[in-house]
Write a protein that binds this ligand. Structure first.
Ligand code: SF4
Ligand code: FES
Ligand code: FES
Length: 444
């Protein structure tokens, strides 16, 4: 029988702060899991090794630990998939009780803080058909087993000890997206702050490790969108009512940026649907509810919709490096064709991509929005002017949203909210014989 070397993290804070790695050779068998191997160590080699488990079926989440550098469930991770040497250590961001056992209290305190249970509007249990769009919107997000893997993997939890974390926010989304939720306002208040949804920097660490293939980043993104739309809605009511200054929140941001003081919020009077209590993106609802896509296809769709580029890999290795604005030093560029101008719908910013040639002879793919209006054509760079996250046009709100830190731009590319320091960058463009050409940036 082949053997595997297992390195186990050891620590007993009750006795000493010292930590060490103990190594054990374990005989393996077909389909042996890491949890089986730990039981074998316990049985035959060292009865003092501590770890936690319960169901052994991937249902309770209690055996989550860091295996070969990645958060996984020990009971669902096969030894044969891990090579000759396996390292096991406790989850990050949680106090160690002993060896592989962590104190889950901080995780569950935050989970509890978002009121993680359903509160109905009336005594009678409201029914939501299992295949209804409302139910299918959150179906994929309901499988959380509170294992804490995402909490351990999230670099923002490590950075901000008060951050609620991916699992709590994902749970909040499941309840907030439910029309029957009687605790909506209170629940929303508890997640809409700097240690809540706004602390997420869209780094996707959580979805990389979730054993249930949940995408907490997606849930958090929906909550951010809702928060922005609600903020804008409030502002519009003030504007309409008394032509008064911006709402407190936006006014605060306005003062922090002189450039933005000159800009006016332009929310066009066409119905934007901002008045409604819930504005979880219709487009997203359609994606999640109308199409029975597989988890992988779904993930791909989400990633593509966030990024607006044709490959997810550059996103995962660093949005900023891929999409940071092209410098004007690369300005001696030829005119680049974006194709027939008639393919771009009038009045609606349309996303497209092109290969941007570099001095080195290589090229990078860039995303732009083309806006055709009567006799004018504008081409915006799709990278947010804050830190380069790809902006996304929301037709309902008539705004561009940056998913990372709440940046919002109006149809003219002007900053409406959030940290972006300047409007969206524009490309010089020309239409010749119905063909659209662009050149370097025009800084607005
Ligand atoms: S979202 Fe996934 S990783 Fe996070 S606690 Fe739930 S099941 Fe575990
Ligand atoms: S023991 Fe329950 S998930 Fe692993
Ligand atoms: S990248 Fe930070 S708001 Fe857009």
């Amino acid at each position: 029988m082949p053997q595997v070397l297992i390195k186990v993290f050891r620590c007993n804070p009750k006795i000493s702060t010292e930590t060490k790695w103990d190594t054990f050779y374990v005989e393996t068998y077909k389909n042996m899991t890491v949890l089986d191997a730990l039981f074998e160590i316990l049985r035959a080699k060292d009865a003092t090794v501590s770890f936690r488990c319960s169901c052994r079926l991937g249902m309770c989440g209690s055996c989550a630990m860091v295996i070969n550098g990645k958060e996984r469930l020990a009971c669902r991770t096969k030894v044969a998939d891990l090579g000759d040497t396996i390292t096991v250590k406790p989850l990050n961001n949680l106090p160690i009780i002993k060896d592989l056992v962590v104190d889950m209290e901080p995780f569950f305190q935050k989970y509890e803080s978002i009121i993680p249970y359903f509160i109905g509007k009336d005594d009678e249990v409201a029914k939501t058909p299992s295949r209804s769009p409302a139910r299918r919107l959150i179906d994929d997000m309901l499988d959380c087993i509170t294992c804490g893997a995402c909490y351990s993997a999230c670099s923002m939890v490590a950075f901000d000890k008060e951050y609620l974390g991916p699992a709590a926010l994902n749970r909040a989304y499941c309840l907030l997206a439910d029309d029957r939720d009687a605790a909506f306002e209170e629940r929303f208040r508890r997640i809409n702050h700097e240690h809540g949804i706004w602390r997420c920097h869209t780094q996707f660490d959580c979805m990389e490790v979730c054993p249930k293939n949940i995408i907490p980043t997606w849930s958090i993104q929906q909550l951010k969108n809702e928060a922005v739309l609600r903020g804008l809605s409030r502002y519009r009511k003030i504007e309409e009512g008394r032509g008064a200054p911006m709402g407190e929140e936006m006014a605060g941001r306005q003062q922090r940026n002189n450039q933005r003081e000159k800009q006016k919020l332009e929310i066009n009077s066409k119905g934007h649907g901002l008045e409604g209590k819930r504005n979880f993106s219709k487009e997203t609802t359609d994606e999640a509810s109308e199409k029975a896509v597989s988890r992988k296809e779904f993930l791909k769709k989400v990633a593509l919709s966030l990024v607006g580029i044709t490959s997810i890999s550059p996103l995962l290795i660093g949005i900023r490096s891929t999409l940071s604005p092209v410098t004007v030093s690369e300005a001696k560029q030829p005119w680049i064709s974006l194709g027939d101008i008639n393919q771009y719908e009038e009045g609606k910013p349309t996303l497209t991509t092109f290969e941007h040639p570099l001095k080195s002879g290589k090229s990078i793919r860039r995303s732009v929005y083309v806006l055709r209006e009567s006799n004018e054509v504008v081409v915006y760079d799709a990278a947010c002017t804050h830190l380069g996250c790809p902006v996304r046009w929301n037709e309902e709100a008539q705004m561009f949203f940056s998913p990372c830190h709440g940046g919002v731009f109006n149809k003219k590319g002007e900053v409406v909210a959030g940290p972006p320091p300047r409007p969206l960058d524009r490309y010089e463009c020309e239409v010749r014989n119905n063909e659209l050409f662009i050149k370097d940036f025009l800084r607005a």
